[in-house]
Design a protein around this ligand. Structure first.
Ligand SMILES: [Zn+2]
Length: 430
C-alpha cells in the first residue's frame, strides 16, 4: 500500500473529511501530447489523473504527488480517447446473409455486442455514437451494462432502432413479401408525419439518446436505392422537432443529393454517408453548420471482402456507385469548411479496425491534425459531449490513449494503439 492510499484508508476508517478517499492518482508522462483544442503537439508533459477525471496537465519538470502511480509514455504520442460517431456494435458483420438478424436471439445479439464493445475500446475508441440496431434497444442494454461496469466497452450514445419507411433502408429486408417480420425488428417503422412523431417519442421514452432516421435508400439494404429519397422534408422535420422536445438530435442516413438537402433543411444535426452530395448540398451544410459523418474507408473493405464472401451482387454494385463519389464529395466538403466528425460504419467491417479510416481522411484533404480533431474534439461536439470527452483537459474524463513514437507523422500507426485508459482505468498498457 502506498503512503497516500494508506492515509486515504485511515481517513476512510475515521470517516474523516478532506481526503478524497478511494481515488487513485496516476501520473502519465507524455513524450508527445496532442492538444486537439490548440491543434498543437506539446512535448514532455505530465497528465495527472485522479479517480475518473483529468486533474491537471503540467510540464514534465513539475512535482508528481507522492504515492501516485506513474505511467511512463515518454516514448509515445498521447491523445484523448478516439470517438467513432458511426458504429453498429450490435450484431454480426456477415452481410452474405441478409436475414441473419432473424436467425439470432436477442441474447446472441447482446453477446456479439459485448465482444464488439471490447474490441472497439481496446482499439483506442473510448466513446461511440452507436447508430442503429435491427432488434430494438439491444444497444441501450449494452450502453447500460458498460456504464454499470458489467461489460468493458466505450461510452455509448445509442439510437435504439432505425426510423425508416416500410421496406426502406432501415428494415430487415430480403424475406418473401408475404412473410411478416416480427415487431421487435420494426420498432422504428414510420410512414407519415404523425407516425414519425409517434415513433420518435417511443424511441426516446424507451431509452434512446438520439434519433437515427433513414432519409434515403442504402447500399447494404436489399431493394433500396441510395439515390432515392425515402422521406419528405416535412417528415424529416417532424423527427427533428419531436426529438428537440427531448433535447435530443437527429442523425440522418442520406446518400442521395436531394435526400441530403431535405435532411439539412429539416434541421438534422448530422448527415451520415453523404455519398452523392452536390455543391448545393455542401453549401447548405456549411451555412447551417450541419455535421458530415462520411465513412470513406469501408468502400474498399466491401469491394474486397464482399466479393470474397459472396455478398449480394446488388450490394457490391451500389458500393461501386458510391465509394469514389463519396470520397470526392468529402474532399470538397473539407475544402468548403463543412464541420466533419469521424464515423466509420464499423459493423460493416469487423469492429476494432476503426482507426483504418484516419489515413483516408488525410488522403482526401485533411491534415493529420484535422483528422485527429474530427475523431476527438469535433466528434464530442457533434454528440454534445464536449464537456466530458474529446480533449485532454482538466475536469474531463480521463479517457487517454497512446501510440508508439511520432504517430502524427503516419496515421496508419493508430491501427496499433499501445495504451488505453477509460475513466482512469487502464485497459491496455505497453
Ligand atoms: Zn451505418
Amino acid at each position: 500500500m502506498t503512503r497516500w492510499s494508506w492515509l486515504a484508508a485511515v481517513a476512510l476508517m475515521a470517516g474523516g473529511p478532506g481526503v478524497s478517499a478511494g481515488q487513485d492518482v496516476t501520473a502519465i508522462r507524455a513524450g508527445r501530447l496532442v492538444d486537439v483544442e490548440q491543434g498543437q503537439i506539446r512535448r514532455d508533459q505530465i497528465i495527472l489523473v485522479r479517480g475518473d477525471r483529468i486533474e491537471s496537465i503540467q510540464p514534465a519538470s513539475s512535482r508528481i504527488p507522492s504515492g501516485a502511480r506513474v505511467v511512463d509514455l515518454s516514448k509515445y504520442t498521447v491523445l484523448p480517447g478516439l470517438i467513432d460517431c458511426h458504429t453498429h456494435l450490435i450484431g454480426e458483420a456477415e452481410l452474405s446473409d441478409v436475414l441473419l438478424p432473424l436467425e439470432r436471439s436477442a441474447a446472441q445479439e447482446a453477446f456479439s455486442g459485448v465482444r464488439n464493445a471490447r474490441a472497439t475500446l481496446l482499439a483506442g475508441f473510448t466513446t461511440v455514437r452507436d447508430i442503429g440496431t435491427y432488434r430494438a434497444f439491444v444497444d441501450a442494454a449494452l450502453r447500460d451494462a458498460i456504464e454499470d461496469g458489467t461489460v468493458i466497452g466505450p461510452r455509448m450514445a445509442v439510437a435504439g432502432a432505425y426510423v425508416t419507411v416500410t421496406k426502406g433502408a432501415g428494415e430487415v429486408v430480403g424475406a418473401a413479401n408475404d412473410v411478416t417480420i416480427p415487431a421487435e425488428f420494426r420498432f422504428g417503422v414510420a410512414n407519415s408525419v404523425d407516425e414519425v412523431r409517434e415513433r420518435v417519442r417511443a424511441l426516446l421514452n424507451g431509452g434512446a439518446d438520439f434519433i437515427k432516421i433513414l432519409a434515403t435508400g442504402a447500399v447494404l439494404t436489399k431493394g433500396t436505392k441510395p439515390g432515392v429519397s425515402e422521406y419528405t422534408e416535412a417528415e424529416l422535420r417532424a423527427a427533428v422537432e419531436q426529438a428537440a422536445e427531448y433535447g435530443a438530435f437527429v442523425a440522418a442516413h442520406a446518400h442521395g443529393a436531394e435526400g441530403i438537402k431535405r435532411a439539412v433543411r429539416a434541421g438534422v444535426r448530422s448527415i451520415e454517408h453523404g455519398s452523392l452530395i452536390d455543391d448545393e448540398g455542401i453549401a447548405l451544410m456549411k451555412e447551417r453548420g450541419t455535421w458530415l459523418v462520411a465513412d470513406i474507408y469501408n468502400g474498399d473493405y466491401i469491394a474486397a471482402v464482399g466479393r470474397e464472401q459472396k455478398w449480394p451482387v446488388e450490394f457490391l454494385r451500389k458500393n461501386e456507385e458510391t465509394t469514389e463519389a463519396q470520397r470526392a464529395g468529402f474532399r470538397k466538403a473539407v475544402a468548403a469548411g463543412v464541420r466533419i466528425a469521424y464515423g466509420t460504419d464499423s459493423g460493416v467491417y469487423p469492429h476494432g479496425l476503426n482507426a483504418r479510416q484516419l489515413p483516408y481522411m488525410v488522403r482526401y484533404g485533411m491534415t493529420p491534425m484535422q483528422a485527429i480533431q474530427a475523431a476527438t474534439l469535433s466528434a464530442a461536439q457533434l454528440m454534445g459531449w464536449e464537456n466530458r470527452v474529446g480533449s485532454l483537459a482538466a475536469g474531463k474524463y480521463a479517457d487517454i490513449i497512446a501510440v508508439q513514437g511520432d504517430a502524427m507523422a503516419d496515421l496508419s500507426r493508430f491501427e496499433k494503439v499501445s495504451f488505453v485508459m477509460k475513466g482512469g482505468v487502464v485497459h491496455k498498457a505497453p
